[in-house]
Design a binder for this molecule. Structure first.
Ligand SMILES: Nc1ncnc2c1ncn2[C@@H]1O[C@H](COP(=O)(O)OP(=O)(O)OP(=O)(O)O)[C@@H](O)[C@H]1O
Ligand SMILES: [Mg+2]
Length: 312
């Protein structure tokens, strides 16, 4: 049986808003899930629904307002600073590696940095960097360049190599392939899958791209305005979406066959502000099936393996 790596329990993150921070942006408002080793758990939803905030809280890059994040039964959310040992075991790949690569450092030093920080280079830095650069299919001639002298795909692969360097057990991948063309995207995703097969890594895979999620993920959680509305195995969610929001997201995936005859569900309006989320079911303002009850009563997430928060 796969080992439980991450357990997120009733996670909340509120950001103070306004000059006097008197109102709260409820970016994440009571999210719970578990991720096992060798598992890819995808988090999907519209822009601004709180996906990256969940990712950052899971890594303790920002402190949650409430709730807990356990990494192998250690409560990392209550630690003031995550220890070096845990930092080594949990890593992150950002959408845009650009922001995470020091522009004044050459690729060689960027690749060496994770080993150096953890005191692991021991005079073998050159071999370690060469191994790493080969692992992500880059050529050694890039080692003398600065990040701005690389393509977006090359920079992203360096970001991935840095995340993988220390053999982590868990990685938060926040839109790791979003800004790349299709061929580089495929290479990056292949690479991530290869590492998972070889090292049993668990991924929290954050993405808008449901086509990729369908290929990559074992489980999918759909997020709307700071809350999860549906969670299940990828096949169950894609073949039998229960929440109207999930149904609308899936109906919007482009299909190549013009004869397939699928009906697109168009949602009206934008996602409401997390500063003032609607009462009752947060989705009721855009839901084509809303009932009176939806405007008053918040639906709980119910179900066994395929769970959904909807009164329908
Ligand atoms: N540091 C911050 N201070 C105030 N508000 C924030 C902060 N970080 C995020 N937010 C707000 O929290 C909400 C969730 O943001 P988040 O970045 O998690 O969304 P997301 O789902 O990752 O969106 P996207 O798909 O566009 O990346 C947004 O309304 C955002 O404006
Ligand atoms: Mg984001």
């Amino acid at each position: 049986m796969e080992e439980k790596l991450i357990e997120v329990v009733d996670l909340k993150k509120y950001f103070g808003s306004g000059i006097f921070k008197k109102s709260w942006i409820k970016a994440v408002d009571g999210v719970s899930f578990e991720i096992c080793s060798k598992e890819t758990f995808a988090l999907v939803g519209e822009s601004g629904c709180g996906k990256s905030t969940v990712g950052r809280c899971t890594l303790n890059l920002i402190r949650p307002t409430a709730g807990h994040v356990y990494f192998k039964d250690m409560d990392i959310s209550s630690m003031n600073e995550v220890s070096r040992d845990i930092r080594k075991r949990i890593q992150v790949i950002f959408q845009d590696a650009d922001g995470t690569l020091n522009p004044r450092m050459k690729v060689f030093d960027l690749m060496l940095e994770p080993f150096r920080v953890h005191g692991l280079s021991n005079g073998h830095g050159k071999e370690m960097v060469n191994e790493l650069i080969e692992m992500v299919n880059l050529t050694p001639d890039l080692l003398g360049r600065y990040p701005h002298e690389l393509s977006g795909g090359q920079r992203q692969r360096i970001g991935i190599a840095r995340a993988m360097a220390l053999n982590p057990e868990f990685i938060v991948a926040d839109e790791p392939a979003a800004s790349l063309d299709l061929s580089v995207q495929a290479q990056i995703l292949d690479l991530m899958r290869k590492f998972q097969a070889e090292h049993g890594i668990g991924y929290l895979y954050i993405s808008h791209n449901l086509k990729i999620v369908k290929l990559m993920a074992d489980k999918v959680a759909v997020m709307y305005l700071g809350k999860l509305v549906e969670v299940g195995r990828t096949n169950d969610v894609f073949n039998c979406a229960k929440h109207p929001y999930t149904q609308a997201l899936i109906s919007a995936i482009p299909i190549l066959d013009p004869c397939a005859g699928r009906k697109r569900i168009l949602l009206k309006g934008d996602i409401p502000s997390p500063l003032n989320p609607p009462a009752g079911c947060r989705f009721h303002t855009r839901c084509p099936y809303r009932m009176k009850r939806c405007m008053i009563e918040e639906p709980a997430l119910v179900g066994d393996k395929h769970i959904v928060a909807c009164h329908l």
